[in-house]
Write a protein that binds this ligand. Structure first.
Ligand code: NAP
Length: 290
């Protein structure tokens, strides 16, 4: 493996969120920098809501090359940037900032990362009936990606108002109809009976709550393709239950590696070593599981 030591010319990027202690992005990006022999380093920054504006301004002051933005700042960061690219504006969430000569530009690579996950598994979203669980930042990226490819989407969320708000915004921005439902047993049964593809974009099932699933096992069927974008643990309870039901199952690691690879390309202008990044992310998740 190639590599460089940190020195006076090292370019700095990182991730800001709260919490970030379990982020696997530092392992994934630093492995990619080492692989290509790039003089970059990637660091975790635990930034609470009251520190967000200062952290964004600090990127400029410290001449950082870029930053990933994660829970809970993907929406709140938007007004603090100089520019937000059209895709991130439409999704309404930014997960990558690029410092281009002092101008901070926001992008969203979650949506494209999700599409690449689908493509990698040979899934064509066009005409599919999809149940998306969640109405937060990740769910918006997933909904936008699916709608842009012609899927028919039902959003199910614990907080009904957020499901309705997300559906209305996505419908306006994509020109497609969305259904919004509160998550309850009757609505889940109805939505899953007609869905081909199920996507968990809530944080249910994420460690330390790894014994939870957004769907009870009896509702899962061999007709379903089940994607869980939660990647920690690598095999979530939903994926385990869906496997037992005979469904096709896909975990969130590929989306994680793709959104990271796309951010890497924005910052460095180089083709990302996707396989290196995916392996590093998997190793980092497993080390947290142990
Ligand atoms: P977020 O904006 O905070 O949204 C969280 C969503 O989960 C909301 O819809 C929330 O419902 C729901 N939720 C949380 N706890 C719940 C509970 N106990 N019961 C029912 N619903 C619950 O977070 P996010 O950024 O969208 O991220 C969501 C998940 O996606 C995280 O696990 C994250 O790690 C994962 N993710 C993965 C990738 C990847 O590359 N694989 C990329 C982005 C995110 P309410 O509206 O009712 O609060």
């Amino acid at each position: 493996m190639k590599g460089t030591a940190i020195g006076g010319k090292t370019r700095i990027c990182g991730v800001m969120g709260d919490p970030v202690a379990h982020s696997v992005s530092p392992a994934m990006h630093n492995a990619a920098f080492r692989e290509l022999g790039l003089d970059y380093a990637y660091l975790p920054f635990n930034v609470g809501a009251d520190g967000l504006a200062g952290a964004v301004e600090g990127m400029r002051a410290l001449n950082m090359v870029g930053m990933n933005v994660t829970i809970p700042h993907k929406v709140a960061v938007i007004p603090l940037l100089d520019e937000v690219d059209p895709l991130a504006q439409q999704i309404g969430a930014v997960n990558v900032i690029h410092n281009k000569g002092g101008r901070l530009i926001g992008s969203n690579t979650d949506a494209e990362g999700f599409l690449r996950l689908l493509e990698g598994h040979g899934i064509q979203a066009r005409g599919m009936r999809v149940a998306v669980f969640g109405a937060g930042g990740a769910a918006r990226a997933v909904c936008f990606a699916l709608a842009s490819r012609g899927a028919e989407i039902t959003i199910l969320n614990r907080t009904a108002d957020k499901a309705a708000g997300c559906a209305a915004e996505m419908a306006e921005r994509t020109g497609r109809a969305f259904e919004a439902l509160e998550t309850n047993p009757a609505n889940l049964a109805r939505a899953l009976a007609k869905a081909d593809l199920l996507v968990n974009a809530t944080s249910i099932g994420m460690a330390p709550g790894a014994d939870k699933s957004p769907v009870s096992r009896e509702l899962l069927d061999r007709r379903h393709t089940v994607v869980d974008i939660v990647y920690n643990p690598i095999k979530t309870m939903l994926v385990r239950d869906a496997e037992k039901a005979g469904a096709v199952t896909i975990g969130g690691l590929d989306m994680l590696a793709w959104q990271g690879a796309l951010a890497f390309e924005i910052w460095t202008g180089r083709a990302a070593p996707f396989d290196v990044m995916r392996r590093a992310a998997a190793r980092a998740v497993k080390s947290h599981e142990e």
